[in-house]
Design a protein around this ligand. Structure first.
Ligand SMILES: [Zn+2]
Length: 193
C-alpha cells in the first residue's frame, strides 16, 4: 500500500523495530494504526517492512468482522470515483463485471486502503504493463486499448459500473461518499462460494 493512498488519519497504536521473519535481522519496522470509521467501526492496519531485505506485509483487521460477505457498490458519478474508499483485506477478491477486471487474493496479495480512483489507476497500470508484454500480439493490444479507454472514462465519472468485493474473512469494506451509505449492498457469502 502506498502512503499517498492514506487520506484517512488514524491513531498510531504501536511502532517498533522487530526481527524480520525472512532475513532474521532486527530491521523490521512495525506499525499498527487504529482507524475509527464512522460507517464500519474500528479497524487496525498492520504494516511490517524490513529495511534490509525489503520484506513487506500489510493487513487490515476489523474489530467487528461481519463474517463472510460480498459487498456491492454501483459507481454513478465522479463523486463516487473520488470519495469512495475501499478497504480490501488480503483474502478478498475485487472485481467489476462491466469494466472487466478482477483482483484475486493470493499468498502475495496485499491489503489496501484506497479510493475508487486509486483502484482504477492500479488497474490501468497493470493494463499498461500487459500492453508492453503483448507488443507483438495485435489482438491482445487492441483489447487492452479498448479496456484502457473504458477505465479512463470510468475515472472521469463518465461510466456507471459496479465494484464487488468478496471476502471470506469479512474484513473488507466499501465506504461511499457522505450521504450515500444506503447504496452499499452487503450479502452473506456462503462457505461454498
Ligand atoms: Zn528482512
Amino acid at each position: 500500500m502506498e502512503n499517498n493512498d492514506l487520506s484517512i488519519h488514524g491513531k498510531v497504536l504501536y511502532t517498533g523495530i522487530e526481527r524480520c521473519p525472512v532475513c532474521g535481522r532486527e530491521t523490521l519496522h512495525v506499525i499498527e494504526i487504529l482507524y475509527n470509521d464512522p460507517s464500519f467501526g474500528d479497524l487496525i492496519l498492520y504494516s511490517n517492512q524490513c529495511s534490509s531485505c525489503g520484506y513487506r506485509r500489510v493487513d487490515i483487521q476489523y474489530l467487528n468482522s461481519r463474517g463472510p460477505s460480498r459487498i456491492i457498490y454501483e459507481v454513478e458519478d465522479s463523486e463516487d470515483v473520488y470519495r469512495t474508499y475501499i478497504f480490501r483485506s488480503r483474502s478478498a477478491r475485487v472485481y467489476s463485471p462491466e469494466l472487466g477486471f478482477e483482483i484475486n487474493p493470493g499468498p502475495e496479495a496485499e491489503a489496501m486502503i484506497t479510493t475508487m480512483e486509486g483502484l482504477l489507476l492500479r488497474v490501468l497500470d497493470v493494463a499498461e504493463r500487459m500492453e508492453v508484454l503483448n507488443e507483438d500480439d495485435e489482438n491482445a493490444r487492441a483489447r487492452l486499448m479498448e479496456f484502457k479507454g473504458k477505465i479512463r472514462m470510468a475515472l472521469q465519472g463518465g461510466l456507471k459500473f459496479t465494484v464487488i468485493i468478496e471476502d471470506p474473512s469479512g474484513n473488507s469494506a466499501i465506504r461511499p461518499p457522505p450521504g450515500r451509505d444506503g447504496r452499499v449492498r452487503i450479502e452473506a457469502l456462503s462457505p461454498a462460494e
